[in-house]
Write a protein that binds this ligand. Sequence first.
Ligand code: UDP
Length: 246
Amino acid sequence: MGDKPETLITDGVRLDGRKPKDMRALKIVAGFLENADGSCYLECGSTKVVAAVYGPRQVHPRHATLFDRALVRCKYDMAAFSTDGNRKRPGPDRRSREISKVSSEALSSVVFTEAYPRTAIDVFIEIIQADASTRVNGLTAASVALADAGIPMRDMLVALSFGKIYGTQDGKPAEVVAVDMDKPEDNWGLADVALAYMPNLERFVLCQMDGRLTHDEFRDGLEMIKKPAQELYKLQKEALRKKYKG
Ligand code: UDP
């Protein structure tokens, strides 16, 4: 990553040409892998994700079995070739363990786990190219992969980020709330929030934040993600329909 830019947004236009409310270009493909029970490929700008689901299947190790519900386990990984520059060593680190944990919890709350006691539902999220917002795009892809595997869920999971970036407006310094953080915005921005929520039940299952936002800024961000979240949900459904109806 280069030097800190002087501005991330100038007169309402971000470094990559987006307006504050714009997501990057999105693409979702359901059933991307042959060997998994369910899978998804997702692109959000240059962030590229593959998600794969196996199960419900026998739990290994056996002592991890839950007798009244399925164990939903998510493993998030950033491939060694996923970033430019100085990162990343292969294998788990503190960050990927944390993301795996919060993703497992978010996915557990969306799956009807009680329908499959004593089984495991394993979800793998592989980031093959990272340009920020990988945990949220991973969850959006994982929810398509779960649906593709035919696992009953309360709702889909739509996940996206917003944040606050600095810049100028009419030549004066400005701080602006914007959706879908890319790498420079995540790195240099003033705050970023990762959210996952169920679009029909309108329930949040993940909220993580870096940096500082006022209550009003947080509310503006929540308002701003509503439209792109609906768009993501629509793309999820289209991807699943395409796989099953051709
Ligand atoms: N990143 C990286 N190497 C790392 C961790 C992160 O290059 O070891 C980059 C990557 O582009 C990632 C971004 O920093 O998407 C932001 O990481 P963060 O921990 O905020 O999670 P994310 O926004 O991807 O969910």
